[in-house]
Ligand binder design. Structure first.
Ligand code: NAP
Length: 309
């Protein structure tokens, strides 16, 4: 099989360099007219490296056999169309768990201690007029994890280290886990101080955290979303924050990135993070290496290291 790889979106430079070293690679995103390029050359490529591959792109590549996704979440890939065409898909699980768990705890501590407003308080010279108001701590609070998967489990470990009580919601009661399971998200949200969203995106989890779940979380509850914007009803979230019906939110992901609802800019009980959960040098390098290792396995006729399908 010819090892021709099409890089559809800009990836980490070191990852792209390796793809160029090891395979016959082309950057689609650098083409003047990608549509014309695909019409003339789409049949030449066997594999894609990228993170957004829809049915239309797959349709323009009749000899496509493999999609190497840069990321663990593969909601940007049309898996059904890939499966129908027997196209293999890989992702980059596990190597980003620690970075994801760190940003989650970072958002939580920053919110509970108001670290960003406190910094402004000092810089603006307000300290001279009196002390910053008392805040709350994480110790003793209940952290409800929506999706106790690879990332969720690392978050749970760190919440335990913060002396929080961890509970979780998902479709499966994971009996080997030491945390209490809830099959009803509303019931879990009612008793949570922190609701931490760590599921995949896509149709099945679309607006899983809706207005009712946010109501159940209530005035003293914080929402953390490091999963995908689609999992939370963003319009309801903004409305509830505006009305003071939630204590605050830490958001790494949004419905229509990089567009963020401007109403959130005014709120000092909200922390906005530009989808940078896995964006550390170590983790992105590890993701790039895993992507390349999957491409190598594919072209060598070996099983993928981390197959999605
Ligand atoms: P994972 O190991 O597959 O875990 C996903 C968890 O979600 C599982 O515990 C699963 O449990 C639960 N889940 C799946 N579908 C569900 C549904 N319909 N309803 C309720 N729970 C559901 O995935 P992971 O590696 O932890 O990654 C999780 C997600 O994090 C990724 O898919 C991605 O969207 C997001 N992510 C974000 C960033 C970022 O930069 N912000 C970076 C990496 C990943 P059950 O099967 O028991 O339901």
């Amino acid at each position: 099989m010819p090892d021709k790889v099409l890089i559809t979106q800009k990836l980490l430079k070191s990852c792209e360099n390796q793809i160029y070293e090891k395979f016959d690679a082309t950057r689609l995103y650098e083409q003047k007219d990608p549509t014309e390029f695909l019409r003339d050359n789409g049949n030449k490529f066997t594999a894609i490296a990228g993170y957004g591959v829809d049915a239309s792109l797959i349709g323009k590549m009749p000899n496509l056999k493999m999609i190497a996704n840069f990321g663990v979440g593969y909601d940007g890939i049309d898996i059904n169309t890939a499966a129908k065409r027997s196209i293999a898909v890989s992702n980059t699980p596990d190597v980003l768990n620690d970075a994801m768990a760190e940003i989650t705890i970072g958002l939580m501590i920053a919110l509970s201690r108001k670290i960003i407003p406190a910094d402004q308080f000092v810089r603006q010279g307000k300290w001279k007029a009196g002390n910053f108001p008392l805040q709350s701590e994480l110790k003793g609070k209940v952290a409800g994890i929506v999706g106790l998967g690879r990332i969720g489990k690392e978050i749970a470990l760190r919440c335990t280290a913060m002396k929080m009580q961890v509970i979780y919601f998902g479709r499966t009661d994971q009996k080997d886990q030491p945390y209490q399971y809830f099959e009803d998200l509303m019931k879990m949200a009612e008793i949570c101080d922190w609701l931490i969203v760590a599921t995949p995106g896509g149709k099945k989890t679309n607006k899983l955290v809706d207005a009712d779940v946010l109501d159940a979380l209530g005035k003293s509850g914080f929402l953390i979303n490091i999963a995908r914007g689609s999992v939370v009803d963003e319009i309801s979230l903004v409305e509830k924050l505006k009305q003071g019906e939630l204590a605050g939110a830490g958001l790494d992901v949004f419905d229509d990135e990089p567009n963020v609802p401007p109403a959130l800019f005014e709120m000092d009980n909200v922390i906005l993070s530009p989808h940078q959960g896995s964006a550390t040098r170590q983790t992105r390098n590890a993701m790039g290496q895993l992507l390349v290792a999957n491409l190598e396995a594919f072209f060598a006729g070996k099983p993928l290291l981390t197959p999605v399908i």
